[in-house]
Design a protein around this ligand. Structure first.
Ligand code: ADP
Ligand code: ZN
Length: 432
């Protein structure tokens, strides 16, 4: 059941010793890069003087802005000749950041992706359909090489083209899929249109859901519809991509591979560490990356450490499903709201379909939230009273959780724009 039993179940004490050894190497290695060399000189950090894990605090945080300012080569710690691949972020919040890998880096990354997949039960003999964009985005090639290492047969389907995806699943008896959760919901409507029931007509058993926040309800919807065990997969290009953190069979938080990363959770305002178990921003340090080590990277992702050991026996700590990015937080009439809160409520209401959109507007110095929700076709075929009852019910549910009253608009299935990549949930039309 373990890919690498020794490292996955290593004692905390030995894990911390290993981390320290690797941290020292990583910091020394980083100081060969233009960015960290200048930084260390300016603030007087001596890489030789990192003698405990706590000493990591001597190093300032690294932000997406630092990566952008040093674009493209300012973080390189090796000569360009050693590089064999580059990837980039999706550019969700601005200019995409670029990450370079040596062969060693790719091998280590592939290993943690394989470890993650194996952890969920994927094995040699499985047929793995990777429905993520291949190319600069890490979800394609990152998973591809991991699956190859596990020994599965890979269908590198890429994203989009829903009918062909379904055809491939049926023709080659796909057992494992990797899919963006919002796309999985959309694809379910295509299955329905075609009259194909994945539980009856496919061999699917496992789904990896990654790349964007999704609620537990969304996971359950996907599991019910496809008849799969769905596992949450978290990663970001700056830290390689997928494989950073993944759920085990207990699906109670995602193990974060601490032999590869040092994990910190900080208060994004004070930048101080928060106590274990409390929510904050995830900060990660690469321990095994040679080409482009990144120290104390502020992911902007909000989560918390789930205290206590996991039943699976792995000692690497778990993080809670990501609530969103700090930049995703909507501030409306003084109330802070994350899109995921809205998703959580919507997906629990009978009659709600697979897609929604949040629109923010400002009129007469007042902010308004409009929530557009796709609902089942039946609601549009006759009795409009039923539609109005549903609209009121949704409004009430939202109001009682987010404490402001949005204007809810119900639309027919497929009326809202859908994306083959990360879903765009919020449209902010307010002018600053
Ligand atoms: P970008 O930051 O431009 O979107 P990436 O493709 O590197 O580029 O995406 C990484 C980000 O995607 C993470 O920082 C996180 O915000 C989001 N993400 C990835 N996986 C998950 C997941 N399982 N749950 C929630 N958010 C996720
Ligand atoms: Zn576990």
């Amino acid at each position: 059941m373990y890919w690498e039993k020794e490292i996955e179940t290593i004692s905390r004490k030995n894990l911390e010793a290993l981390q320290l050894e690797r941290l020292r190497k990583s910091v020394k290695n980083a100081s060969a890069s233009y960015h960290y060399k200048n930084l260390f000189e300016t603030i007087g950090v001596d890489p030789e003087k990192i003698s405990s894990l706590d000493d990591i605090k001597k190093i300032p945080f690294t932000n997406k802005e630092d990566l952008r300012e040093n674009w493209p080569y300012g973080f390189l710690a090796v000569s360009k000749d050693e590089l064999v691949r580059m990837h980039s972020s999706s550019g969700t919040t601005g200019r995409a950041t670029i990450i370079f890998h040596t062969q060693h880096d790719l091998d280590e990354w592939t290993n943690i992706v394989a470890r993650s997949m194996y952890m969920t039960g994927m094995r040699r003999g499985d047929v793995f359909q990777n429905m993520m964009t291949y190319g600069l985005f890490t979800g394609g090639l990152g998973f591809h090489y991991g699956a190859e290492k596990v020994g599965a047969l890979i269908i590198p389907a890429g994203s989009g083209n829903s009918k062909r995806q379904i055809q491939l699943m049926q023709d080659f008896q796909t057992t494992v899929i990797h899919i963006i959760p919002s796309y999985a919901l959309h694809l379910s409507t295509v299955f329905e249109e075609l009259g194909i029931d994945p539980r009856r007509d496919t061999n699917l058993g496992i789904a990896f859901l990654g790349a964007e926040p999704h609620s537990e309800k969304t996971r359950q919807k996907i599991e019910d519809f496809y008849g799969v065990n769905a596992f949450n997969s978290y990663g970001l290009s700056e830290m390689n991509g997928p494989g950073v953190s993944f759920e085990c069979q207990y699906k109670n938080g995602m193990h974060i591979w601490e032999d590869n990363y040092i994990v910190e959770i900080i208060d994004p305002d004070t930048l101080e560490p928060v106590p274990d178990g409390e929510e904050g921003e995830l900060v990660l340090t690469t321990l095994l990356r040679e080409g482009m080590p990144i120290l104390r990277y502020r992911t902007k992702d909000l989560t918390r450490i789930i205290p206590g050991p996991c039943e699976c026996g792995r000692t690497h700590r778990r993080i809670e499903r990501i609530k969103g990015r700090t930049d995703d937080m909507l501030v409306l009439k003084g109330v802070n709201i994350f899109p995921i809160q809205i998703e959580k409520i919507l997906m629990d209401i009978e009659g709600v379909g697979t897609n929604y959109q949040i629109i923010l507007e400002r009129k007469d110095y007042n902010d308004h939230m409009i929530v557009k929700v796709e609902v089942h076709k039946e609601f549009f075929s006759g009795d409009l009273k039923q539609l109005e009852t549903l609209r009121r019910a949704i409004t009430e549910e939202l109001k009682s959780d987010i404490l402001i009253t949005p204007r809810v608009e119900l639309v027919e299935p497929n009326a809202l724009p859908k994306s083959e990549g990360k879903a765009v949930r919020v449209i902010d039309n307010r002018e600053d």
